[in-house]
Design a protein around this ligand. Sequence first.
Ligand SMILES: [Zn+2]
Length: 311
Amino acid sequence: MAYLWQLHVMLGTMMFVVGTVVGSFLNVCIYRIPWEKSVIWPPTSHCPHCLATIEARDNVPIFGWIFLGGKCRNCRQPFSVRYAAIELLVGLLFVAVYLVDGVMPKEFVDSNMALLVKVLYHVVLVALLVTITFIDADLTIVPSLVTNVGIFLGLALGTLFPEVRPVPAEASTALGGLWVGLKGVLVGGGMIWIIRVVGTFVFRREAMGSGDIHILALIGAFLGWQVALVTPFLASFVGLVPAISKLVVSLGKRLAGRKYLASDHEMPFGPYLSVAALILMMAWPWIWPGRLQTYFETFSMLFWFVLGQDR
Ligand SMILES: [Zn+2]
């Protein structure tokens, strides 16, 4: 296979192009879903300023924005760079999925079909989490349409292709795959639910939104309960950077005698859960064997030991 790397470059480029097109569609989803508008009708996009229809040639992902200099062809008002940035982001995430699953797979993939299924499974999760992240970051709402469709897809795909989930959440039968998915939904959703109940009791204010329950349930449906269990911990670390910078800003405002806004305090957790889940999805084959596996085995031994004492 002397030409293997050419094949990888070709398929990787293809993944990037497909990713930017998907990203372009996700822009539409992020914009329309919170207003309960159809994501497929009308099929054309409009300038947010003058409402002129954006022509097909200007609607090419990333390049459309660059060629127009980030401005509407009709009214010359600027388009947000975020549209192009999301297209680029999704393109890069698709390439990352291809790299992890196709170029340097840690887990043995026994056929091209199995590889294709794995890549598709992972890019579907990328698309769902990107949509959730930007809607939550914009409006601090978690779109239940997206989480419900996501939980359903995770359960259905995991039942159809039970071997697709990361070790040790893979299964060999359809029923096994469904069971793994249901456990993921219960552990993921249940964990945030418990944090919410305890947090609300301790801090006397709402800790985490109910939408976060659905996000982690979705992640559990796709990746199994083990990943769902680790995700909130990693999410807290990912969230530390913006949390600290917000703290500095609000402290600065207080010291300057300026009004402390509630919005300085409010932080959606959904984006951090999503980022953490995507990191774990890609890094899992490297971090599970050895390290994490040992922790899980030790904790489950302790868990059953404590439970066994009661009997
Ligand atoms: Zn315009």
